[in-house]
Write a protein that binds this ligand. Structure first.
Ligand code: MG
Ligand code: MG
Length: 308
């Protein structure tokens, strides 16, 4: 259990570290980053959002909103009680509404549209939409993975349902499930080599996400995001090396950074995260992440499928 907690906490803190580090260079080109920073490797805030040092963005705060909704009502629903799924999705929707009304520092267009649709039309999912292939549902799915650890069917059901509140696209669905499966494996103890093998096999089955040769596109289009994440995660075993290489690719650097931070953080565990980055995060965020990690793992244990 202690090892699993370390890996789960490593994933959640890694997500926040990647978000805070990458946000400084979001929407910049690699050449612009090199001209301004040489190699960008410190959490310093700034960027187009004019962040305080250590401040995180929507990638982390939306994950926390999902996590808080799961902790309030998830266990009842995930145990398969009648009407549970719908009640849980409503409470996730409400958590997203509350998050949006709290004027987050950033919110993607597809997320905003889906949240407002839920608020005004009470819809738990929009129709499949060619415009929904952004990475917004993928970036926030970590709490759903933790809450359902040990149950593949609950993982798939919850991940897709939370994703469809804002994003309804087959590539988003495939990315949410694929990256979620990889995170589950890493939490279960898979090492770097196994991670490489998984990526090879998964991209053979999902060729849209093939990342070799890497095209160098790191936009918020979910295909570009996943290719970037898998490229740098499989290239570098070390957490810091993987994350620095990822964010210096620029563009949607807070989100590619968050996802690489999450996966590489699960691979190495919280105890191996670079201390100088960890100490730069805002204490309230670290506390919320630590509390949620315990609560969500306890929920997974409560579901009975997880042997701790
Ligand atoms: Mg962001
Ligand atoms: Mg972003």
């Amino acid at each position: 259990m202690r090892e699993l907690f370390d890996k789960a906490l490593g994933a959640y803190l890694g997500l926040a570290i990647g978000d805070a580090l990458g946000a400084t260079v979001e929407f910049m080109r690699p050449r612009e980053i090199a001209a301004q920073y040489g190699v960008h490797r410190e959490i310093i805030g700034g960027g187009w959002l004019k962040l305080a040092r250590g401040q995180v963005t929507d990638d982390t705060t939306m994950s926390l909103a999902l996590g808080s909704a799961l902790l309030k009502g998830g266990e009842h629903a995930l145990r398969g009680h009648t009407g549970g799924d719908e009640a849980l999705l409503r409470s996730i929707g409400q958590a997203f509404v509350q998050w949006l009304q709290g004027k987050p520092v950033d919110c993607g267009n597809t997320c905003r549209r889906g949240i407002l649709r839920f608020l005004h039309e009470d819809t738990l999912a929009g129709p499949y939409n060619p415009g929904d292939a952004g990475n917004g549902a993928l970036m926030r799915n970590l709490p759903a993975v933790l809450a359902t650890l040990g149950s593949d069917s609950a993982f798939q059901r919850l991940s897709l349902a939370q994703a469809h509140l804002t994003h309804r696209h087959l590539l988003s669905d495939a990315a949410v499930l694929g990256i979620g499966q990889l995170l589950r494996r890493l939490l279960g103890g898979s090492d770097h080599r196994e991670c490489q093998r998984w990526a090879e096999q998964w991209t053979a089955e999902n060729p849209a996400f093939r990342f070799t040769p890497y095209r160098g596109c790191a936009t918020a289009y979910v295909v570009d995001t996943v290719q970037t994440v898998l490229h740098f995660l499989t290239l570098h075993e070390d957490f810091e090396a993987a994350l620095v290489a990822t964010v210096n690719q620029g563009d949607d650097a807070d989100t590619t950074g968050a996802l690489v931070g999450m996966l590489a953080g699960a691979r190495c565990g919280a105890s191996k995260l670079p201390q100088r980055w960890l100490h730069r995060l805002q204490p309230a965020i670290v506390q919320a992440i630590t509390d949620q990690t315990s609560g969500l793992l306890a929920m997974a244990e409560g579901l009975g499928a997880l042997q701790l």
